[in-house]
Design a protein around this ligand. Structure first.
Ligand code: SAM
Length: 237
């Protein structure tokens, strides 16, 4: 991967950036994404945020090597602390766990003024993000699930709007877990992900059952059984 040729995962993320945006890529690592988006004329300018010194230096080098210093600023700092309110209109946070992405958004809430789009690519637990979006009045407007090199990735896009619009009341819990858009499409990557998750939960459940007295129900077991049931309902529909 380089700034001319992104991974399919990052290219999918870029495809949701509105043309002409001022973007912030939080946890930018090598800064491939902002360099690509600015080079292609998709983003007008970018801030690449990094909390770790090593990736921060490699982002700086990447931007300098691409001669994009006039359009891309690399800043060292935790989460959204690298941006000021009103400075960007689109925030990208990719390649981290969903709980970490949600906590970055929560901790930097006051920096979201003027931001119109969030593009979030959690490696796990997209549910934490869907919950945060609802609690903070962001409407999930698009979801994509893709497979690359045997790994499955989810890309969530949110705009300011009506947070419950994509969810149907009776299927709300399923929507939070599986994604209201993704569970309609049920593409191959989706089926693969949830068949794997289901198999893993079943294994955990059976190990728990072996270790316990039969018939004992605890919270964790009930949670796993509910999740297995939700996944089975969606996959078989
Ligand atoms: N966004 C790139 C991508 O999707 O390919 C890089 C993903 S990399 C796995 C995660 C990066 O996020 C690391 O470089 C890490 O240092 C950075 N990171 C983790 N927590 C962060 C935080 N709170 N604020 C800024 N950067 C963070």
């Amino acid at each position: 991967m380089n700034i001319e040729q992104l991974s399919k995962r990052l290219e999918t993320v870029v495809s949701y950036i509105p043309t002409g945006s001022k973007i912030a890529d939080i946890g930018s690592d090598h800064a491939y994404l902002p360099c690509f988006a600015v080079r292609k004329g998709i983003a007008d300018s970018a801030i690449a945020g990094e909390v770790v010194q090593g990736p921060f230096l490699s982002a700086e080098k990447q931007v300098k090597d691409a001669s994009l210093e006039d359009k891309i600023e690399v800043r060292l700092g935790n989460g959204l602390e690298v941006i000021s309110p009103g400075e960007v209109d689109c925030i990208i946070i990719a390649g981290m766990g969903g709980a970490l992405i949600a906590s970055i958004l929560e901790d930097g809430k006051e920096k979201l003024e003027g931001v119109e789009r969030l593009i979030l690519q959690p490696n796990v637990s997209a549910k934490s993000i869907r919950i945060w979006l609802i609690q903070n009045n962001w409407e999930l407007t698009n979801e994509e699930i893709i497979e690359e090199d045997g790994k499955v990735y989810e890309i969530l896009t949110a705009d300011r709007g009506e947070p419950l619009r994509p969810y149907h009341e009776e299927g709300h819990q399923k929507g939070l877990l599986l994604g209201p858009f993704l569970m309609q499409q049920k593409n191959e990557a989706f089926q693969k992900k949830w068949m794997q998750e289901r198999a893993q939960w079943k294994k955990i459940l059976s190990n728990m059952e072996k270790a316990e007295q039969t018939g004992v129900l605890n919270e964790r077991k009930v949670e796993l059984m509910n999740k297995i049931q939700m996944v089975e309902e969606v996959l078989s529909n």
